[in-house]
Design a protein around this ligand. Sequence first.
Ligand code: GCO
Length: 432
Amino acid sequence: MKGGLVFPDGFLWGCAVSAHQVEGNNTGNQWWQWEQQGKIFDGSVSGRACDHYNRYEEDFDIAASLKLNVFRTSIEWSRIEPKQGTINIREVEHYRNVILALKRRGIKPMITLHHFTNPVWFEEQGGWLNPESPEIFESFVRKIVEHLGDLIPFYNTINEPMIVATMSYLFGIFPPGERSLEKCLTAARNLALAHGRAYVAIHETCKELGYPKPQVALVKQVPRFEPRDPSSKDDVEEAQRRDWFFNGCFLDAVSTGEFQPPLGNGEKFDYLESSWEFIGINYYSRTLCTPQGEVFPLPFTSFPEGAELSDYGWEVYPDGLREVLLSLRKYGKPMVVTENGIATRNDEQRCRYIVRHLKAVHEAISKGADVRGYIYWSLIDNFEWVLGYQMKFGLVEVDFETMERKPRPSASLYREIIEANALLPNHLERYS
Ligand code: GCO
């Protein structure tokens, strides 16, 4: 097609949500408790969220109208296992119906097994600081695969383990709100081991029960770290230091099975080695780095003067997605962009964001990155963790009083791109 950018045949086009952010009334996890303590910046609580628990058929009709061929969502651990070792069969059936509702519409389910939330009983045992946490998570994963593994082609074991470890234990913004580098690293190690055990459990259980062989990924948020001054040795080293801490040491561990400093001192876990069929990459923005003394500042907090920002205050930086995808080729695995999106009340800005980031994906593919899909965060406006309901990520607007869904113009743009499996010349002219 003249002037357009065509994506590979069979490219996955999707949207993502997570249980706690959209379902409503997830009262059995540590986030629900955290919210009751007034920790959410806009004073809100997840409450009914988008009532997706009851409205998922309506949401999947919208997903089908956008021609999505994959939908990423999570199973809420605290619903399935309200008490340790007790499985709530009614909730298992609920998620079976959710997954079947996607498949009936020709949409492949990509199921995340852990998306930030822990059952209260797990948190009370120390959460991800508990040395037993990997085995406890593995036991939950085995139950899910036993009951639902016949239906799931794509698994994401854990969503953004380094965000969980840093936000919960280093920056203290997520529950339990601790601020300790040592605890952050302990949690990161246990999350890596939990991922590895989940990977083995999924494949073992599917094989035992004769289920189709699924594809399993870790989902890693990969902030792009760049030197504020590329000619400054200190800035270049600071960017490398942060990239290794946030990204490299964890991804290398999943590739080699070994914990290198600061995660560990060369300890090897065979079940962790190459524990992925593909890599899920969540990309939002970059951070410009210069030594600042403290251990690590929050990602996305420094950008060039005058940069275009989202409502979240994150720089819009599509080139970073291309560079991240190219830098992860070294792991030799297919990649899926499992989250990319913008919090904005200006839907024209969302359209520009989508086209510019898809252009960056296409550039990465043209340079040899094996990217198999793009999943937009998010289908619908939802509960944005500590930011509450102020951040509008949805292709579809939600009126949180009436729960009415209203697709934005960006939803039509995304459908056009999916139907063409390409960025069309008019998209590029108008938005890139
Ligand atoms: C994350 C989570 C999502 C967020 C989204 C916007 O990456 O933090 O996966 O739950 O809502 O990324 O911040």
